[in-house]
Design a protein around this ligand. Structure first.
Ligand SMILES: NC(=O)C1=CN([C@@H]2O[C@H](COP(=O)(O)OP(=O)(O)OC[C@H]3O[C@@H](n4cnc5c(N)ncnc54)[C@H](O)[C@@H]3O)[C@@H](O)[C@H]2O)C=CC1
Ligand SMILES: O=C(O)[C@@H]1CCC=N1
Length: 537
């Protein structure tokens, strides 16, 4: 339990209860909405440099002291996160704070227990929005289970590395731990999360050490993208030759030897292939997953979502479903991410500990860049980003995709081969993906609007609505088919329709007066910009 203390803050004397652990002693001031440390705010961006000594006698939680006891010595830079326990001095590198909220005790560790794996070294996050989740802030990571050893007096809403909210809950109002856990839906039989078991130097090529290495990323260790970079061929000997590398630690991918897939060459997928889909919209994803084409048996597809809303429809197709995202990752090798964009970071944080080097993760989430996906997933993850459109459902879709650092020709060819049955599928530079979203992913909706308007015009002139809709759709289909089959520019085909002085040119005149062309261009631009902006949200 914390100690009751009087503390001077900004010239005002406060009586508060002090408690804390990890990088900072924390002064919990009942009168204030946040947890304040003497040199900062709990959970806010770390002070840099971090104070090396405790600010006052009676402060808490040093490596040598215990919770709630005065600190007998200098404050350590941080408590242990690699190779030791929370309440022992750090044995290795320690991050100052975790950027990702909600990671459970650093991928598998428990409160007061040794951590099984290295933690990612990343800068502290700046002040960002609150997580929706309730967490215990502790040490370098939020912890979702109550420590039996440390009677933390309060829980607050927030996450490590992020500001705590004004709300402090009393112990009596604590929700049950089960409801706090993102894994609460997971079956008890779920295998252990395969966290990396070893920590050793990863072959790397910091430019000061190995200037001729083709790896383009200079800042080894500080850049997640560097770790396991496919173009990095330096040997461990070279790494060892570099004094500045000896202290660098890179996580290794989990040592899993799961057969990837049985196939007869690229694209010859057999029924062994295991697909997973986290956050499945209906009906787009199952059709992208080739269920109707029989490329992948429905029973090999496992989809997860928190509610049954969309899952019912998946089950009707014969797919398996679960409410546990981790289960999808555990049981699949190809994992599609298809949640709404704002949900995705939380989902990545949840599945991250289970992602191994055998997984191929394909995101179809609009606006979320490969860089973001790679940052939020382990450094060895093979990431691809794809943007489909709704007509994939009738095998007349238009898709583009790009690959991340670890995805090679094989993964790209595999994806293309599988998804080609849903329509056009092209690999493009990533910068085209947002444009494709504006042109085609969203573009389908503009065309539907146009189809609706065509039909309504006909209804206004006296045609029954159902017939008008069918004719409008057939008109669009035929016009699109001619574009594709003749290869002509649309302006040429439009000219072919216009009889001089006839009906079409009168209609086109009206459309030009309504600025149809400029409006549609504006629409594509708006959707593209929105996709770019979503990446920054
Ligand atoms: N609808 C379309 O035509 C296209 C959609 N997309 C992308 O597909 C994604 C889904 O879009 P919508 O069609 O609006 O989807 P939706 O709302 O139909 O589906 C989202 C799914 O995510 C599930 N979900 C919510 N929270 C979750 C969690 N924590 N874990 C796992 N699943 C969770 C929901 O239950 C739902 O099944 C978006 O990222 C969008 O950008 C991409 C291209 C086209
Ligand atoms: O409206 C959206 O954000 C998604 C992306 C493309 C189509 N629908």
């Amino acid at each position: 339990m914390g100690t009751v203390l009087v503390w001077r803050l900004s010239g005002v004397l406060w009586r508060g209860e002090a408690w804390g652990h990890g990088d900072s002693a924390v002064w919990m001031l009942p009168a204030l909405p946040s947890l304040l440390s003497s040199e900062g705010t709990w959970g806010q961006s770390c002070l840099d440099p971090f104070p090396k000594s405790q600010p006052a006698p009676g402060s808490l939680s040093s490596s040598a002291g215990t919770w709630g006891q005065p600190c007998p010595g200098p404050f350590p830079r941080s408590l242990c996160s690699i190779g030791g326990t929370w309440e022992q001095p750090c044995l290795g590198l320690s991050p100052r704070c975790q950027p990702f909220p909600g990671i459970l005790s650093c991928a598998g560790g428990t409160w007061g227990q040794p951590f099984p794996a290295a933690l990612p070294r990343r800068p502290c996050s700046s002040l960002v929005s609150l997580s929706h989740r309730l967490v215990w802030g502790h040490g370098d990571s939020p912890v979702l289970s109550q420590s039996p050893r440390v009677p933390v007096p309060q829980i607050s809403v927030g996450t490590w590395g992020q500001p705590f909210s004004a709300l402090l809950l009393s112990p009596g109002s604590l929700p049950s731990m089960r409801s706090l856990s993102p894994r609460s839906h997971c079956p008890a039989s779920l295998p252990d999360i395969p966290v990396p078991q070893t920590v050793r130097a990863w072959p790397c090529s910091c430019s000061p050490c190995v200037p001729d290495c083709p790896c383009p990323i200079a800042q080894c260790g500080d850049s997640p993208a560097h770790q396991g970079h496919p173009h990095c061929h330096c040997s461990l000997t070279q790494v060892g030759a570099c004094a500045s590398h000896t202290s660098r630690i890179h996580p290794q991918p989990p040592l899993l030897h799961v057969p990837l897939w049985d196939r007869d060459g690229i694209g010859g997928i057999t029924s062994q292939w295991k697909w997973g889909c986290v956050g499945p919209p209906w009906p787009l994803t199952p059709f992208i997953l080739c269920v109707p084409q029989g490329k992948v048996p429905a029973s090999n597809i496992l989809a997860s979502a928190p509610s049954d809303k969309n899952l019912d429809a998946w089950r009707e197709l014969g797919c398996r479903t679960t409410h546990c995202n981790l289960e999808v990752v555990h049981r699949s090798t190809l994992v599609f991410l298809a949640t709404k964009p704002h949900i995705l970071p939380g989902v990545l944080e949840e599945i991250r500990p289970a992602v191994g080097s055998h997984h191929i993760v394909v995101s179809l989430v609009a606006g979320v860049t490969i860089q973001t996906l790679q940052r939020l997933l382990p450094p060895w993850t093979k990431v691809l980003r794809i943007m489909p459109n709704l007509p994939c459902v009738v095998q007349a879709g238009a898709m583009v995709f790009s690959r991340g650092n670890n995805a090679g020709d094989e993964e790209a060819a595999l994806l293309k081969s599988l998804l080609s049955s849903c329509g056009l599928c092209e690999e493009v530079p990533e910068s085209y993906i947002d444009i494709h979203t504006g042109l085609s992913g969203s573009g389908v909706a503009y065309v539907y609007l146009f189809a609706e308007a065509l039909a309504e015009g006909a209804v206004k002139m006296g045609m029954p609505g159902a017939l008008a809709s069918r004719i409008a759709a057939q008109t669009l289909l035929g016009a699109a088919k001619m574009l594709l089959e003749t290869g002509e520019h649309p302006a040429k085909l439009r000219g072919d329709v216009c009889t001089p002085g006839g009906t079409t040119i009168y209609a086109l005149h009206q459309l030009e007066k309504g600025a149809l062309r400029a409006t549609v261009m504006d629409a594509v631009e708006a959707a593209t910009n929105r996709a770019c902006d979503m990446a920054k949200d």
